[in-house]
Design a protein around this ligand. Structure first.
Ligand code: CP
Ligand code: NVA
Length: 313
């Protein structure tokens, strides 16, 4: 019998209802327990093939998606965009229709979110967002799992994101906390507050779940009483031309020990990685007692196994 997510695309956290977010997290927890009990191979996707297309570099996403597919018995096929005719101008819509005849799912990391929307419109198989300029949903699901493992029920927690609140990671984190009924505060210069369509979607989810959303400019005010302090790079892939301006704007938003002292004593520090030490975060915080970044990175694997098994089975 097909499950509630089978055959679906995952381009945005907003493609999932609050119940569906919980379903993915429950499945991830179950798979993680089995992994630690010694069941590394659970071949529910035996015989299936998954295309992974990268327009940008990746360490965590690429490796954890390949391993996730292999541990579920599926075969991952990894392509750099330029290895496909896509790189020579074959349209996304043609690529999507052709790949749909060969593989059981397409996952892609793209510059423009519009490419994913077009891919999903033309593909007959599930399309999964492995990061676009707008969102990074697989990251946010792993982040939610990590927060719940470390701190318990997200609906009782204050999660504070400090830095570029207009990027993919910030957008998906905002949506996932809103879907899970938590308190999310985004501290950023006004120009880097979340995009309006993401904020509106998060507010709509919050009406349903009782989540609280706050945007502010002062990072010190924001982190008071925080259970979780989260940051990401100041210059995302594809934004290199704005690097200087962004570094200037975001200088007051560095997560350092002094800022962490303003959060709760037992607060955790999170970062999707790769991190730029001495920019958005100091070495002292990234390597310090607050940091859960390695467990957070590990959870990419368990969450993606859950996503693949729910979408493809
Ligand atoms: N966090 C994350 O997506 O890392 P990669 O760019 O290494 O995949
Ligand atoms: N916001 C970052 C995340 C990298 C995983 C970027 O898009 O480069």
């Amino acid at each position: 019998m097909p499950g509630p997510l089978s055959g679906r695309d995952l381009l945005s956290i907003n493609d999932l209802s609050p119940e569906e977010v919980r379903l993915v997290l429950d499945e991830a927890r179950a798979l993680k327990l089995r992994f630690y009990a010694g069941e590394r191979i659970i071949p529910v996707l035996r015989g299936k093939t998954i295309a992974l297309i990268f327009e940008k570099p990746s360490t965590r996403t690429r490796v954890s998606m390949e391993v996730a597919a292999l541990q579920l018995g599926a075969t991952p096929l990894v392509f750099n965009r330029n290895e496909l005719q896509l790189g020579r101008g074959e349209p996304v819509k043609d690529t999507a229709r052709v790949l749909s005849r060969y593989v059981d799912a397409i996952a892609a990391r793209v510059y423009s979110h519009r490419s994913l929307v077009e891919m999903a419109a033309y593909a007959d198989v599930p399309v999964i967002n492995m990061l676009s300029d707008l969102e990074h949903p697989l990251q946010a699901l792993a982040d939610a799992l990590t927060i719940i493992e470390k701190k318990g029920d997200l609906s009782r927690l204050k999660v504070v994101y400090v830095g570029d609140a207009r990027n993919n990671v910030a957008h998906s984190l905002l949506l996932v906390v809103a879907k899970l009924g938590g308190h999310i505060v985004m501290a950023a210069p006004r120009q880097l507050w979340p995009r309006s369509e993401i904020l509106e979607a998060a507010k709509l989810a919050a009406e349903e779940t009782g989540a609280a959303i706050e945007l502010m400019e002062d990072p010190r005010e924001a982190v008071k009483g925080a259970d979780v302090v989260y940051t990401d790079v100041w210059v995302s892939m594809g934004e290199e031309a704005e690097a200087e301006e962004r570094r200037r704007l975001l200088q007051p938003y560095q997560v350092n020990a002094e800022l962490m002292q303003l959060a709760r004593r037992d607060a955790i520090f999170m970062h999707c990685l790769p991190a730029h030490r001495s920019e958005e975060v100091t070495e002292e915080v990234l390597e310090g007692r607050w940091s859960v970044v390695w467990d957070q990175a590990e959870n990419r694997l368990h969450v993606q196994k859950a996503v693949l098994s729910l979408l493809l089975s």
